[in-house]
Design a protein around this ligand. Structure first.
Ligand SMILES: Cc1cc2nc3c(=O)[nH]c(=O)nc-3n(C[C@H](O)[C@H](O)[C@H](O)COP(=O)(O)OP(=O)(O)OC[C@H]3O[C@@H](n4cnc5c(N)ncnc54)[C@H](O)[C@@H]3O)c2cc1C
Length: 402
């Protein structure tokens, strides 16, 4: 091997960057000259978009057979330090060993993490569904409620944050809690949001649908308030109200992975590197940024990527292709993803499917739920460990949503 592409992260962007890079290298017949090396804590894909669901089965598929089939190497560990000048990364391997490895191209695909502001009691008392460990901890806690005697706090779940994750988490709760506590009585499910009305994150028309679902499922939405403190008995709100609850789930805000701070150049308010149209980090030589670590233009009308699986799947393909293309002499591909949709799970009520950045409501309830289930159980999962089949859908202009 004479050259190396290192990809940090085995999430949606990292996985598709690896397949796409290896595809381009194969097209140029240069497999014996260029190595694609993925670094992440384990060769698994955490299915983050499903972590609000009641069952956590099959949320972490093993990528090893696929990586072997396409010839991508994996190191179990985390990238701790990026040396842009020397073109090296320092890796802490899972067995504790520190390794320094040089790259010809580096792709940052380390995703995002929950943003926890400095609110008293937040670290100590809030659960999250941002990563698999957090979702498992919540699952154990909820199951454990069945062993506790009845109390208002036991039967009350508070979800903080009215973005898409908060809405999906809270609308899952009535059925989830009923299944655990075995009763419909005296359950209280509350969503707290700082915006002026519930569902605001989805735009006016879609907000009406979200509110209808809340009313039908008996979910209380409290808009225009923020959480000021958490303690062992519940949450206190900015209007002075106190809600007794054993279960507070924090979904209010994400930030790009802290490694973005080591990459030269401008960042946005979420810590994402402002990428160019080829997904270079423009101020850092031979570094690409992808998935939740990049802010990139999706079209020529002023729209930009959001932290989403929808964008990560395409961003990954483009970054991987371009990193390899530059090394093998193929044309680079400009990132563009003009079509934007959202499919919001609304628990037992169904789902809401919208099109466009203004979120025009297209389908609702059971019809939309079928689309959500298709997305969540098929579209976002890794392909079978078949080299040709994986390469066939790894081209940088492959579109998942037509
Ligand atoms: C509950 C929930 C619901 C969501 N619903 C939707 C939805 O409906 N639709 C949608 O489009 N999006 C949704 N999202 C967002 C979506 O999951 C993320 O935008 C997506 O996972 C980002 O992909 P990524 O590859 O950039 O990062 P990730 O999927 O976060 O992957 C990051 C990878 O980097 C690895 N890593 C971390 N640190 C290091 C390090 N130092 N070195 C090496 N590797 C490292 C991680 O282990 C992981 O493999 C949801 C997210 C959540 C939490």
């Amino acid at each position: 091997m004479t050259k190396r592409i290192i990809i940090a992260g085995s999430g949606f962007a990292g996985l598709w960057a690896a397949i796409s890079a290896q595809r381009a290298i194969t097209l140029a017949d240069q497999e014996s000259d260029i190595e694609v090396l993925m670094v992440s804590p384990s060769p698994h894909l955490a299915i983050r978009p499903r972590l609000y669901e009641q069952s956590l089965e099959n949320m972490n598929p093993d990528l090893s057979p696929l990586l072997n089939a396409i010839g991508v190497k994996h190191i179990a560990g985390i990238v701790e330090y990026i040396d842009e000048n020397k073109q090296e990364v320092q890796i802490k391997e899972s067995d504790g060993k520190n390794t320094i490895i040089a790259y010809d191209r580096f792709i940052l695909a380390t995703g995002s993490t929950a943003f926890l502001p400095n609110i008293p009691g937040l670290f100590q008392y809030a659960f999250n569904v941002s990563d698999l460990a957090g979702a498992k901890e919540l699952e154990q806690h909820l199951k454990g409620l069945a062993q506790k005697p009845f109390s208002t706090a036991r039967n009350t779940v508070v979800v903080v944050g009215g973005g898409l994750t908060g809405i999906e988490t809270v609308t899952e709760m009535p059925e989830r809690l009923r299944n655990i506590l075995g009763s419909n009585d005296n359950l209280r499910i509350v969503l707290i949001d700082s915006s002026k009305e519930i569902g605001n994150a989805m735009g006016n028309t879609a907000a009406t649908v979200v509110q209808e679902a809340f009313t039908e499922m008996g979910i209380e939405g409290k808009a225009n308030v923020v959480v000021t403190a958490l303690d062992s008995s519940g949450v206190t709100l900015s209007n002075g109200e106190k809600i007794e609850s054993d279960t507070i789930i924090w979904t209010a805000g994400m930030r790009a992975h802290p490694l973005t701070a080591q990459i030269s150049g401008e960042k946005d308010h979420l810590g994402r590197v402002l990428g160019d149209s080829f997904l270079h980090a423009p101020a850092a030589k031979n570094i690409f940024v992808t998935g939740d670590t990049v802010k990139a233009a999706t079209d020529e009308h002023g729209n930009f990527t959001v932290m989403s699986c929808q964008h990560a799947l395409s961003l990954g393909r483009v970054a991987g292709h371009n990193a390899a293309a530059e090394l093998v002499g193929l044309p680079s591909h400009a990132y563009s993803q003009p079509k934007y949709v959202t499919c919001l799970d609304l628990g037992a009520w169904g789902a809401l499917f919208t099109e466009g950045w203004d979120r025009q409501v297209r389908i609702v309830r059971d019809e939309a739920k079928k689309v959500k289930q298709e997305i969540n159980t098929v579209w976002i999962y890794p392909p079978a460990p078949d080299r040709e089949a994986a390469f066939a859908i790894a081209n940088p202009d492959y579109i998942i949503v037509q």
